[in-house]
Design a protein around this ligand. Sequence first.
Ligand code: ADP
Ligand code: ADP
Length: 239
Amino acid sequence: NHIISIRDVSKTYDNGTIGLKHINLDIKKGEFVVIVGLSGAGKSTLLRTINRMHSISSGDILVNNHSIINYRGKQLRDLRRNIGMIFQDFNLVKRSTVQRNVLSGRVGYYSTFKSICNLFSTADKRKAVTALQQVNLAEKLYTRADALSGGQQQRVAIARALMQDPKIILADEPIASLDPMTTTAVMNDLKKLNQELGITILVNLHSVSIAKQFADRIVGLRAGELIYDKPINQVQDVD
Ligand code: ADP
Ligand code: ADP
């Protein structure tokens, strides 16, 4: 019943830098897990092994009880479609509308040509509105992305991820460039998707105190090693 199972995973980059050392971590379906650690601890490396953005050097990773490490072709596309990815810098097309940015989350559906000619289906446009409603931004449908605040842009990125109906969302320092107010809005949105849609969520953060407000469980990494893995009520405020 683990949606993600990371088994004795180590990762050494091509230049010899150690990313991860013998990581073991099981994530239950519907859990909200925050991974904390300083810069360079391996948080980003860990998240990116789960959707195969990074390969691993040894160990195994299971998603839905299937080892993903040798996935190719359709299996790999399906894996990535099931996993929404959120980044620190939003990765929106700044001069495009919110609607177009969200629609682009239909991975593989729209060629650049179709997108330029505005050939989106009505069903997908409705879906984009629904996704934006989930992050309380439906009224911004036709606003240009670069006219939004950082927090709003991150919520558009979350809506874009929702276009794939992800079972898992991996968020790599989603609030690192945001102020405290918008931080709360973004974390609340992730919490809501977790509780209302049952999406399993893994978030990388620096702050244990923010993690404690939202997570079910906190995993600490240091220098590529897992140093603790605890339910929130057993974690001290250390930052
Ligand atoms: P975090 O997300 O916790 O800041 P990272 O996973 O980004 O940590 O980095 C873990 C270690 O791997 C660091 O020493 C970092 O410099 C190194 N690293 C990350 N990406 C690469 C890469 N593409 N090539 C070489 N080393 C990398
Ligand atoms: P078009 O550009 O082809 O007119 P729209 O993007 O305006 O399409 O709308 C696509 C679909 O989403 C339509 O069914 C429309 O009714 C619905 N829709 C558009 N805006 C909103 C909104 N703010 N709230 C709810 N539904 C909306």
